[in-house]
Write a protein that binds this ligand. Structure first.
Ligand code: ADP
Ligand code: ADP
Ligand code: ZN
Length: 213
């Protein structure tokens, strides 16, 4: 099963993608997590990506597409995956479709998690991320057991630099201009499913399970 998560920054793509990955035993692939790991390890790719990420802009398509293609080549992708944060532009979606078509393959479903901008701004300030394993929390909606510490791996939680309010506003603009057109792209292919992302995260997941069967 090949699933794509769509939605604004902070809509809950990562939270839901992790639950889908556990339930359906497929890998959760987050381009944002891969870039952050590269930044942490000081790679060339990380250095390039950071200049865009810090401003809340998108990393150029070529860099992202190469990165994701090499990830698909890994063994764990054989039975599918849930993509979180990719594709984010029409050219990325076209590159994905073209790569899959070479093997007579296709995306099964694109899930759009709908959350209005006002809710997003409130959510992002409270997001805390693990610098080690990528788990995310929210200070009010999904707090860790011990404040500031990751439940999964025990490492420190941080407020991402790009989750500060000024950058969030820019990321929302970027989302509306460059990523939102993907909704229509997948609607036309008849694989778009929409869920109400303002609900409690377990209710959102129940709706997603109903869609995925
Ligand atoms: P969020 O979880 O808030 O949606 P991500 O962790 O997915 O954010 O992405 C963080 C940043 O990484 C983005 O603002 C962008 O700069 C970069 N990025 C991640 N995925 C992509 C992509 N597919 N194309 C371009 N840039 C990306
Ligand atoms: P995305 O990957 O789309 O950027 P995340 O999954 O990281 O979004 O969620 C953004 C923030 O909102 C996190 O702090 C997360 O804990 C919180 N969150 C996710 N889903 C919900 C929900 N349904 N209700 C309230 N808060 C949520
Ligand atoms: Zn962790």
């Amino acid at each position: 099963m090949k699933v794509i998560m769509l939605g604004a920054p902070g809509a809950g793509k990562g939270t839901q993608a992790k639950m889908i990955a556990d339930e359906y035993k497929i890998p959760h692939i987050s381009t944002g997590d891969i870039f952050r790991a590269n930044i942490k390890n000081g790679t060339e790719l990380g250095k390039k990506a950071k200049t865009y990420m810090d401003k809340g802009e998108l990393v150029p398509d070529e860099l992202v597409v190469d990165l994701i293609m090499s990830r698909f080549a890994e063994d764990d992708c054989k039975n599918g995956y849930v993509l979180d944060g990719f594709p984010r532009t029409i050219p990325q979606a076209e590159a994905l479709d073209a790569a899959l078509a070479k093997n007579d393959d296709h995306v099964d479903v694109a899930i759009d998690i709908e959350v209005p901008d006002e809710n997003i701004i409130r959510r992002m300030g409270g997001r805390r991320a693990c610098t080690n394993c990528g788990a995310t929390y929210h200070v009010v909606y999904n707090p860790p057991k011990v404040e500031g510490v990751c439940d999964v791996c025990g490492q420190k939680l941080i407020l991402r630099d790009d989750d500060k309010p000024e950058t969030v506003k820019n990321r929302l603009n970027v989302y509306h201009t460059q990523t939102q057109p993907l909704i229509n792209y997948y609607k036309k292919k008849d694989i778009l499913k929409t869920v109400d992302g303002t609900q409690d995260m377990n209710k959102v997941f129940a709706d997603i399970k109903a869609v995925l069967g």
